[in-house]
Design a protein around this ligand. Structure first.
Ligand SMILES: *Cc1c(COP(=O)(O)O)cnc(C)c1O
Length: 400
């Protein structure tokens, strides 16, 4: 049996990880979503409509680009899968359009989700606008202030942004609030998660919707070079852009690298390198590697890239680590900023700070493996990060 037939199993387990640890009320609804996903998403109509959306609305396929200047400078042959050119500027829309299309087929009227930095909220609000669905995004009050431009974007797109004012008023409370809202109205609404995390079926469903990245890249890379890449590199927050690329190559021979943020120091609280420093635990209804405090609760985390700022990680990544199939490595803030400016100045591509972690590691790998090819998933563009980078680090890079 192939890898994808076995993973996850029928209960949503990826080896010792994943599953579903949620209140019984919510479990009933999750089971309905799972059943619907298995039947509807394999139907001819669903597949045809999703293909058409990807082509005409999202602008897919996104190109694979040979980064010539970067390769000549660092060695190796570095290629970029340009998810920064996907509509809305990142890979997240791939699973949001899939989730929203499923919602339409289920006759749902409203999409509910939480958002931290606002990226998932913006992608989902975009999908909701496309399908004419209501959209309710729960967001901590602290994040609402910090991520003002994304809050404005969601509102322009017609979403209702619900401020969450309890606890630390950030992502974790926003998840609790969104789950609560969904439970009150599970018939007309559907919960849409933002990465390959959460209870079954989300890690599988989001991976399957993101798999388009790997399927396209594999064919494009092969037609450009006549071969398959020797190495794959992607950043890992929850892990959806990474699973999107990796899924096409799991059974192949290439070396695979997932890059986590080692942040400003290796002290707990100063990074979000879950695979490197975490232990198995439970968060938001599923098992995974988890950065934990002494009590086993999710630890506070930090990353210069807010999209990587999560103490857990997808269950499939957790399994792939134990299997030794994927190497989980790190890039710190400084390496990431250097890569952000290097890619901007040598190739004319400003990457998202999340994606810059992958670029930073690819630059290192190219020096270690000068004769090999490296395919990087450039998960998003950096427009959202410009003010932050210039205000905080502009001086270091000759801007201010
Ligand atoms: C959200 C985000 C990520 C991290 O999410 P994954 O699920 O790990 O892919 C990475 N890159 C960009 C541009 C993002 O917006």
């Amino acid at each position: 049996m192939g890898y994808f037939k076995q993973n996850p199993d029928s209960k949503g387990n990826f080896g010792a990880y994943g599953g579903s640890f949620i209140p019984p009320d919510l479990q009933i609804e999750m089971d309905k979503i799972t059943d619907a996903y298995y039947s509807i998403s394999k139907s001819h109509d669903f597949i045809t409509e999703l293909r058409s959306i990807r082509k005409h609305f999202q602008g897919r396929p996104t190109p694979v680009y040979y980064a010539k200047t970067l390769s000549e400078k660092y060695g190796g042959r570095i290629y970029l899968k340009r998810e920064d050119l996907n509509h809305t500027g990142a890979h997240k829309l791939n699973h949001c359009m899939g989730e929203a299309l499923l919602a339409k087929y289920l006759g749902k009227k409203k999409l509910i989700a939480e958002t931290g930095a606002g990226q998932h909220g913006v992608a989902l609000a975009t999908a909701a606008a496309y399908f004419g669905l209501e959209c309710e995004i729960h967001m901590g009050e602290v994040d609402i202030i910090k991520e003002h431009p994304n809050v404005v974007r969601m509102k322009i797109l017609g979403a209702n942004v619900v401020p969450v004012s309890f606890g630390l008023k950030t992502l974790k409370e926003a998840v609790d609030s969104a789950f609560g809202a969904y439970l009150q109205d599970p018939i007309t609404s559907i919960y849409c998660i933002g990465s390959v995390v959460g209870p079954h079926p989300f890690p599988m469903m989001v991976r399957d919707f993101q798999a388009v990245v790997g399927v396209e890249a594999k064919e494009q890379f092969h037609s450009m070079t006549g071969e398959h890449p020797d190495n794959l590199v992607a950043c890992v927050g929850g892990g959806s852009n990474a699973m999107g690329l990796f899924s096409a190559y799991i059974d192949d021979e290439c070396d695979i690298y997932g890059v986590e943020p080692s942040g400003r120091s290796l002290t707990l609280g100063d990074h979000a390198a879950t695979m490197t420093f975490g232990k198995p635990g439970t968060i938001h209804g599923f098992k995974c590697y988890l950065l934990q405090d002494e009590k086993g609760d999710p630890a506070p985390v930090y990353s210069i890239a807010s999209g990587l700022d999560y103490p857990g990680v997808g269950p499939e990544h957790s399994m792939l680590k134990d299997l030794g199939r994927v190497n989980y490595v790190t890039a710190d803030d400084r390496e990431t900023l250097d890569a952000f400016f290097e890619l901007s100045r040598s190739e004319g591509i400003i990457p998202a700070l999340e994606s810059a972690h992958a670029v930073a590691y690819a630059m290192k790998l190219a020096q270690e493996k000068p004769r090999q090819s490296i395919l990087v998933n450039l998960s998003g563009r950096g427009d959202k990060d410009l003010d932050f980078v210039v205000d905080n680090f502009g001086k270091d890079y000759g801007i201010l």
